[in-house]
Design a protein around this ligand. Sequence first.
Ligand SMILES: Cc1ncc(COP(=O)(O)O)c(C=O)c1O
Length: 397
Amino acid sequence: MISKRAKNLSPSETLKITAKAKQLAREGASVISLSAGEPDFKTPAHICNAAIDAITGGFHGYTMNTGMPELREAISEKLIRDNNITVLPDQIVVSNGAKQSIGFTILATINPGDEVLIPAPYWVSYPQMVKLADGKPVTVNTSFANNYKLTAIQLEEALTDKTKAIILCSPSNPTGACYTRSELKELAGVLKDYPDVLIISDEIYEYIVFDGEHTSILNAAPELADRTVIINGFSKGFAMTGWRLGYMAGPKPIADAVAKIQSQETSAPSTISQKAGIAAYTGTMKPIQDMVKAFKQRRDFIVKELKSIKGVECFVPSGAFYVFPDIHVFLNKTTPDGDKINSSTDLSLYLLEKHGVATVPGDAFGEPTGIRLSYAASLDDLKEASKRLKLGLDSLK
Ligand SMILES: Cc1ncc(COP(=O)(O)O)c(C=O)c1O
Protein backbone atom coordinates (compact mmCIF):
# COMPACT_ATOMS: atom_id res chain seq x y z
CA MET A 1 0.00 0.00 0.00
CA ILE A 2 2.80 2.45 0.85
CA SER A 3 4.73 4.08 -1.99
CA LYS A 4 8.49 3.72 -2.43
CA ARG A 5 8.65 7.49 -2.07
CA ALA A 6 7.13 7.43 1.41
CA LYS A 7 9.15 4.37 2.42
CA ASN A 8 12.40 6.07 1.43
CA LEU A 9 11.67 9.07 3.61
CA SER A 10 12.99 9.34 7.18
CA PRO A 11 10.80 10.92 9.83
CA SER A 12 12.08 14.14 11.39
CA GLU A 13 14.73 13.23 13.99
CA THR A 14 14.22 16.46 15.90
CA LEU A 15 10.52 15.76 16.31
CA LYS A 16 11.36 12.20 17.46
CA ILE A 17 13.53 13.27 20.41
CA THR A 18 11.09 16.05 21.35
CA ALA A 19 8.32 13.42 21.45
CA LYS A 20 10.46 11.17 23.68
CA ALA A 21 11.20 14.08 26.03
CA LYS A 22 7.48 14.89 26.24
CA GLN A 23 6.67 11.25 26.96
CA LEU A 24 9.21 11.13 29.83
CA ALA A 25 7.82 14.39 31.22
CA ARG A 26 4.27 12.94 31.06
CA GLU A 27 5.51 9.96 33.06
CA GLY A 28 6.63 12.35 35.77
CA ALA A 29 10.36 12.76 35.00
CA SER A 30 11.96 16.18 35.35
CA VAL A 31 13.01 17.01 31.81
CA ILE A 32 14.50 20.26 30.56
CA SER A 33 14.01 20.53 26.84
CA LEU A 34 16.86 22.03 24.88
CA SER A 35 15.66 20.33 21.73
CA ALA A 36 13.00 22.77 20.57
CA GLY A 37 13.31 24.54 17.25
CA GLU A 38 11.08 27.43 18.17
CA PRO A 39 11.29 30.61 20.24
CA ASP A 40 9.84 30.31 23.75
CA PHE A 41 8.27 33.77 23.29
CA LYS A 42 4.70 34.63 22.34
CA THR A 43 3.81 36.31 19.07
CA PRO A 44 3.86 40.12 19.60
CA ALA A 45 0.45 41.61 20.48
CA HIS A 46 0.14 43.89 17.43
CA ILE A 47 0.50 40.86 15.16
CA CYS A 48 -2.11 38.87 17.12
CA ASN A 49 -4.46 41.85 16.97
CA ALA A 50 -4.17 42.01 13.18
CA ALA A 51 -5.25 38.37 13.04
CA ILE A 52 -8.17 39.01 15.40
CA ASP A 53 -9.21 41.96 13.21
CA ALA A 54 -9.06 39.68 10.17
CA ILE A 55 -11.41 37.22 11.83
CA THR A 56 -13.89 39.81 13.06
CA GLY A 57 -13.60 41.75 9.80
CA GLY A 58 -14.72 38.78 7.74
CA PHE A 59 -11.46 37.85 6.02
CA HIS A 60 -12.48 34.22 5.83
CA GLY A 61 -12.07 33.29 2.18
CA TYR A 62 -9.20 32.01 0.05
CA THR A 63 -6.63 34.55 -1.04
CA MET A 64 -4.72 34.64 -4.30
CA ASN A 65 -2.80 31.43 -4.83
CA THR A 66 0.56 33.19 -4.39
CA GLY A 67 -0.54 35.10 -1.28
CA MET A 68 -2.34 38.42 -0.77
CA PRO A 69 -0.92 41.21 -2.96
CA GLU A 70 -0.59 43.45 0.16
CA LEU A 71 1.53 40.80 1.88
CA ARG A 72 3.74 40.23 -1.16
CA GLU A 73 4.18 43.99 -1.42
CA ALA A 74 5.12 44.15 2.27
CA ILE A 75 7.65 41.34 1.71
CA SER A 76 9.08 43.10 -1.35
CA GLU A 77 9.42 46.35 0.62
CA LYS A 78 10.97 44.53 3.56
CA LEU A 79 13.56 42.93 1.25
CA ILE A 80 14.60 46.40 0.11
CA ARG A 81 14.38 47.99 3.58
CA ASP A 82 16.20 45.28 5.56
CA ASN A 83 18.26 43.47 2.97
CA ASN A 84 18.85 45.92 0.14
CA ILE A 85 17.58 43.28 -2.28
CA THR A 86 15.06 44.01 -5.02
CA VAL A 87 12.50 41.27 -5.61
CA LEU A 88 9.16 42.30 -7.12
CA PRO A 89 5.88 41.09 -5.57
CA ASP A 90 5.18 38.82 -8.56
CA GLN A 91 8.45 36.99 -7.86
CA ILE A 92 7.24 36.02 -4.38
CA VAL A 93 5.09 33.06 -3.36
CA VAL A 94 3.81 32.83 0.20
CA SER A 95 3.26 29.34 1.62
CA ASN A 96 2.35 27.51 4.82
CA GLY A 97 5.74 28.01 6.39
CA ALA A 98 9.24 28.27 4.96
CA LYS A 99 9.38 24.49 5.06
CA GLN A 100 6.75 24.32 2.34
CA SER A 101 8.48 27.09 0.39
CA ILE A 102 11.69 25.05 0.34
CA GLY A 103 9.85 21.84 -0.52
CA PHE A 104 7.96 23.44 -3.40
CA THR A 105 11.07 25.23 -4.69
CA ILE A 106 12.85 21.87 -4.83
CA LEU A 107 9.88 20.20 -6.52
CA ALA A 108 9.76 23.06 -9.02
CA THR A 109 13.43 22.86 -9.99
CA ILE A 110 14.87 19.38 -9.39
CA ASN A 111 14.57 16.54 -11.90
CA PRO A 112 15.16 12.86 -11.04
CA GLY A 113 18.87 12.26 -10.51
CA ASP A 114 19.82 15.92 -10.15
CA GLU A 115 22.39 16.48 -7.43
CA VAL A 116 21.73 19.03 -4.71
CA LEU A 117 24.69 20.09 -2.56
CA ILE A 118 23.93 20.38 1.13
CA PRO A 119 26.70 21.45 3.51
CA ALA A 120 26.65 19.33 6.70
CA PRO A 121 25.64 19.77 9.44
CA TYR A 122 22.36 20.64 7.74
CA TRP A 123 18.78 21.29 8.70
CA VAL A 124 17.19 17.83 8.86
CA SER A 125 14.57 18.36 6.16
CA TYR A 126 16.80 19.41 3.24
CA PRO A 127 18.03 15.94 2.17
CA GLN A 128 14.60 14.40 2.70
CA MET A 129 12.94 17.06 0.55
CA VAL A 130 15.46 16.45 -2.23
CA LYS A 131 14.71 12.72 -2.02
CA LEU A 132 10.97 13.43 -2.26
CA ALA A 133 11.68 15.15 -5.57
CA ASP A 134 13.70 12.08 -6.71
CA GLY A 135 16.85 14.21 -6.61
CA LYS A 136 20.13 13.13 -5.07
CA PRO A 137 21.20 14.95 -1.90
CA VAL A 138 24.99 15.30 -1.84
CA THR A 139 26.19 16.30 1.59
CA VAL A 140 29.45 18.16 1.90
CA ASN A 141 31.22 17.83 5.23
CA THR A 142 32.48 21.04 6.75
CA SER A 143 34.79 21.39 9.74
CA PHE A 144 34.44 22.49 13.34
CA ALA A 145 37.60 24.54 12.85
CA ASN A 146 35.73 26.70 10.30
CA ASN A 147 32.57 26.90 12.45
CA TYR A 148 31.02 24.34 10.08
CA LYS A 149 30.90 26.81 7.22
CA LEU A 150 31.44 25.62 3.67
CA THR A 151 34.67 26.88 2.11
CA ALA A 152 35.23 27.78 -1.52
CA ILE A 153 37.62 24.83 -1.86
CA GLN A 154 35.06 22.38 -0.47
CA LEU A 155 32.42 23.79 -2.81
CA GLU A 156 34.69 23.52 -5.84
CA GLU A 157 35.47 19.89 -4.99
CA ALA A 158 31.80 18.96 -4.55
CA LEU A 159 30.42 20.53 -7.75
CA THR A 160 29.88 18.12 -10.67
CA ASP A 161 28.12 18.40 -14.01
CA LYS A 162 25.09 16.85 -12.31
CA THR A 163 24.87 19.57 -9.64
CA LYS A 164 21.59 21.37 -10.05
CA ALA A 165 21.39 23.34 -6.80
CA ILE A 166 23.04 24.17 -3.50
CA ILE A 167 21.21 24.91 -0.26
CA LEU A 168 22.82 27.46 2.04
CA CYS A 169 21.49 28.27 5.50
CA SER A 170 22.69 31.39 7.33
CA PRO A 171 22.24 31.90 10.25
CA SER A 172 22.46 28.14 10.49
CA ASN A 173 20.30 25.55 12.06
CA PRO A 174 21.90 23.56 13.75
CA THR A 175 25.15 25.49 14.37
CA GLY A 176 24.15 29.14 14.75
CA ALA A 177 27.05 30.07 12.46
CA CYS A 178 26.59 32.99 10.05
CA TYR A 179 28.46 33.45 6.79
CA THR A 180 30.24 36.76 6.43
CA ARG A 181 30.13 38.86 3.29
CA SER A 182 33.66 37.85 2.30
CA GLU A 183 32.93 34.13 2.83
CA LEU A 184 29.82 34.43 0.65
CA LYS A 185 31.81 36.32 -1.95
CA GLU A 186 34.28 33.46 -2.12
CA LEU A 187 31.50 30.91 -2.59
CA ALA A 188 29.93 33.13 -5.25
CA GLY A 189 33.32 33.30 -6.97
CA VAL A 190 33.22 29.51 -7.40
CA LEU A 191 29.55 29.44 -8.43
CA LYS A 192 30.27 32.02 -11.14
CA ASP A 193 31.79 29.20 -13.22
CA TYR A 194 28.70 27.00 -12.79
CA PRO A 195 25.97 29.17 -14.31
CA ASP A 196 23.31 26.43 -14.23
CA VAL A 197 23.47 25.88 -10.47
CA LEU A 198 20.53 27.26 -8.51
CA ILE A 199 21.20 28.74 -5.07
CA ILE A 200 18.56 28.21 -2.39
CA SER A 201 19.39 30.58 0.44
CA ASP A 202 17.49 29.81 3.65
CA GLU A 203 17.53 33.00 5.72
CA ILE A 204 14.76 32.19 8.17
CA TYR A 205 16.86 33.15 11.22
CA GLU A 206 17.94 36.49 9.74
CA TYR A 207 16.55 38.63 12.57
CA ILE A 208 18.25 36.55 15.25
CA VAL A 209 21.82 37.74 14.80
CA PHE A 210 24.01 38.90 17.70
CA ASP A 211 27.36 39.80 16.18
CA GLY A 212 27.39 42.03 13.14
CA GLU A 213 24.45 41.92 10.78
CA HIS A 214 22.80 39.32 8.61
CA THR A 215 24.26 39.06 5.12
CA SER A 216 22.51 37.33 2.24
CA ILE A 217 24.46 35.80 -0.64
CA LEU A 218 22.68 38.37 -2.82
CA ASN A 219 24.35 41.17 -0.82
CA ALA A 220 27.75 39.64 -1.51
CA ALA A 221 26.98 38.70 -5.12
CA PRO A 222 23.97 40.58 -6.57
CA GLU A 223 24.86 39.13 -9.97
CA LEU A 224 23.47 35.77 -8.78
CA ALA A 225 19.92 37.19 -8.55
CA ASP A 226 18.71 35.38 -11.67
CA ARG A 227 19.45 32.00 -10.06
CA THR A 228 18.97 32.55 -6.34
CA VAL A 229 15.83 31.81 -4.35
CA ILE A 230 15.64 33.42 -0.94
CA ILE A 231 13.66 31.47 1.62
CA ASN A 232 12.31 33.26 4.64
CA GLY A 233 9.35 33.25 6.98
CA PHE A 234 7.78 34.49 10.15
CA SER A 235 8.22 31.48 12.46
CA LYS A 236 11.54 32.30 14.10
CA GLY A 237 11.92 36.09 13.88
CA PHE A 238 8.39 36.85 15.09
CA ALA A 239 7.78 33.78 17.29
CA MET A 240 5.06 32.64 14.89
CA THR A 241 5.84 28.94 14.39
CA GLY A 242 2.22 27.85 14.71
CA TRP A 243 0.91 30.43 12.25
CA ARG A 244 2.58 28.58 9.36
CA LEU A 245 3.72 31.43 7.15
CA GLY A 246 6.82 31.58 4.97
CA TYR A 247 7.81 32.49 1.44
CA MET A 248 10.17 32.06 -1.47
CA ALA A 249 11.44 35.10 -3.36
CA GLY A 250 13.34 34.53 -6.56
CA PRO A 251 13.39 34.47 -10.36
CA LYS A 252 9.89 34.80 -11.84
CA PRO A 253 9.92 31.48 -13.77
CA ILE A 254 10.70 29.63 -10.51
CA ALA A 255 8.07 31.61 -8.58
CA ASP A 256 5.53 30.75 -11.30
CA ALA A 257 6.40 27.05 -11.11
CA VAL A 258 6.14 27.10 -7.31
CA ALA A 259 2.76 28.84 -7.60
CA LYS A 260 1.54 26.15 -10.01
CA ILE A 261 2.52 23.38 -7.57
CA GLN A 262 0.98 25.27 -4.67
CA SER A 263 -2.25 25.78 -6.63
CA GLN A 264 -2.69 22.01 -6.81
CA GLU A 265 -1.40 21.13 -3.35
CA THR A 266 -2.66 23.72 -0.85
CA SER A 267 -4.20 26.65 -2.79
CA ALA A 268 -2.77 29.37 -0.53
CA PRO A 269 -1.74 29.92 3.08
CA SER A 270 -4.25 30.91 5.78
CA THR A 271 -5.82 34.31 5.20
CA ILE A 272 -5.71 35.10 8.95
CA SER A 273 -1.97 34.34 9.11
CA GLN A 274 -1.31 36.46 6.02
CA LYS A 275 -2.99 39.44 7.68
CA ALA A 276 -0.76 38.81 10.68
CA GLY A 277 2.28 38.64 8.38
CA ILE A 278 1.50 42.09 6.98
CA ALA A 279 1.41 43.47 10.54
CA ALA A 280 4.73 41.76 11.30
CA TYR A 281 6.55 43.34 8.35
CA THR A 282 4.99 46.79 8.67
CA GLY A 283 4.81 47.13 12.47
CA THR A 284 7.23 47.80 15.31
CA MET A 285 10.30 45.60 15.66
CA LYS A 286 10.71 46.41 19.38
CA PRO A 287 9.39 43.04 20.67
CA ILE A 288 11.77 41.29 18.30
CA GLN A 289 14.71 43.37 19.48
CA ASP A 290 13.84 42.45 23.09
CA MET A 291 13.64 38.78 22.17
CA VAL A 292 17.02 38.89 20.45
CA LYS A 293 18.52 40.62 23.51
CA ALA A 294 17.27 37.76 25.69
CA PHE A 295 18.65 35.16 23.28
CA LYS A 296 22.05 36.87 23.33
CA GLN A 297 22.20 36.78 27.13
CA ARG A 298 21.30 33.09 27.09
CA ARG A 299 23.81 32.34 24.35
CA ASP A 300 26.59 33.96 26.36
CA PHE A 301 25.58 31.97 29.42
CA ILE A 302 25.27 28.54 27.79
CA VAL A 303 28.47 28.89 25.78
CA LYS A 304 30.42 29.80 28.92
CA GLU A 305 28.94 26.82 30.78
CA LEU A 306 29.60 24.39 27.93
CA LYS A 307 33.19 25.54 27.60
CA SER A 308 33.71 24.86 31.31
CA ILE A 309 32.88 21.15 30.86
CA LYS A 310 36.01 19.06 30.34
CA GLY A 311 36.15 17.66 26.81
CA VAL A 312 33.46 19.91 25.29
CA GLU A 313 34.60 22.21 22.53
CA CYS A 314 32.38 24.99 21.40
CA PHE A 315 32.50 28.09 19.23
CA VAL A 316 30.37 31.13 19.86
CA PRO A 317 27.40 31.02 17.47
CA SER A 318 26.58 34.43 15.99
CA GLY A 319 22.92 33.79 15.28
CA ALA A 320 19.77 31.65 15.58
CA PHE A 321 19.18 30.08 19.03
CA TYR A 322 21.31 26.96 18.81
CA VAL A 323 24.74 25.94 19.93
CA PHE A 324 26.43 22.89 18.45
CA PRO A 325 29.34 21.75 20.63
CA ASP A 326 31.82 19.12 19.52
CA ILE A 327 31.41 16.09 21.78
CA HIS A 328 33.67 13.59 20.00
CA VAL A 329 35.74 12.89 23.15
CA PHE A 330 32.69 11.30 24.79
CA LEU A 331 32.09 8.83 21.99
CA ASN A 332 33.26 5.31 22.97
CA LYS A 333 33.05 6.17 26.67
CA THR A 334 30.93 4.15 29.11
CA THR A 335 28.09 5.27 31.35
CA PRO A 336 28.03 4.48 35.11
CA ASP A 337 25.49 1.74 34.22
CA GLY A 338 28.04 0.13 31.89
CA ASP A 339 26.44 1.19 28.61
CA LYS A 340 28.76 2.18 25.77
CA ILE A 341 28.21 5.56 24.10
CA ASN A 342 28.68 4.62 20.46
CA SER A 343 27.20 7.68 18.80
CA SER A 344 25.84 11.16 19.34
CA THR A 345 22.38 9.54 19.39
CA ASP A 346 23.47 7.34 22.32
CA LEU A 347 24.85 10.43 24.05
CA SER A 348 21.62 12.42 23.58
CA LEU A 349 19.54 9.49 24.81
CA TYR A 350 21.79 9.07 27.86
CA LEU A 351 21.54 12.78 28.69
CA LEU A 352 17.77 12.63 28.31
CA GLU A 353 17.05 9.38 30.13
CA LYS A 354 19.63 9.62 32.95
CA HIS A 355 19.99 13.37 33.42
CA GLY A 356 16.73 14.86 32.15
CA VAL A 357 18.14 17.12 29.43
CA ALA A 358 16.76 16.84 25.90
CA THR A 359 19.22 17.68 23.11
CA VAL A 360 19.30 16.64 19.45
CA PRO A 361 22.12 14.33 18.32
CA GLY A 362 24.39 15.56 15.56
CA ASP A 363 23.62 12.32 13.69
CA ALA A 364 20.26 13.87 12.77
CA PHE A 365 22.08 16.76 11.05
CA GLY A 366 24.73 14.66 9.30
CA GLU A 367 27.50 15.56 11.79
CA PRO A 368 28.10 12.67 14.21
CA THR A 369 30.59 14.54 16.43
CA GLY A 370 28.16 17.19 17.70
CA ILE A 371 24.91 17.67 19.53
CA ARG A 372 22.48 20.57 19.15
CA LEU A 373 21.26 22.49 22.14
CA SER A 374 18.55 25.06 21.71
CA TYR A 375 18.66 27.99 24.11
CA ALA A 376 15.05 28.91 23.43
CA ALA A 377 14.55 28.15 27.12
CA SER A 378 14.51 30.35 30.23
CA LEU A 379 17.78 31.31 31.91
CA ASP A 380 16.70 29.31 34.99
CA ASP A 381 16.19 26.21 32.85
CA LEU A 382 19.54 26.78 31.17
CA LYS A 383 21.24 27.03 34.58
CA GLU A 384 19.75 23.74 35.73
CA ALA A 385 20.42 22.09 32.37
CA SER A 386 24.09 23.15 32.53
CA LYS A 387 24.49 21.49 35.94
CA ARG A 388 22.91 18.31 34.64
CA LEU A 389 25.00 18.30 31.47
CA LYS A 390 28.19 18.74 33.46
CA LEU A 391 27.26 15.93 35.83
CA GLY A 392 26.21 13.64 32.99
CA LEU A 393 29.31 14.22 30.86
CA ASP A 394 31.72 14.15 33.81
CA SER A 395 30.30 10.73 34.80
CA LEU A 396 31.30 9.10 31.52
CA LYS A 397 34.48 7.03 31.80
C1 LIG B 1 16.71 26.30 8.79
C2 LIG B 1 15.23 26.21 8.79
N1 LIG B 1 14.57 26.46 7.66
C3 LIG B 1 13.23 26.41 7.60
C4 LIG B 1 12.49 26.09 8.71
C5 LIG B 1 10.98 26.00 8.56
O1 LIG B 1 10.31 27.01 9.19
P1 LIG B 1 8.73 27.22 9.03
O2 LIG B 1 8.21 26.14 8.14
O3 LIG B 1 8.18 27.13 10.41
O4 LIG B 1 8.57 28.57 8.43
C6 LIG B 1 13.13 25.81 9.92
C7 LIG B 1 12.35 25.40 11.11
O5 LIG B 1 12.80 24.71 11.98
C8 LIG B 1 14.53 25.89 9.96
O6 LIG B 1 15.21 25.66 11.10
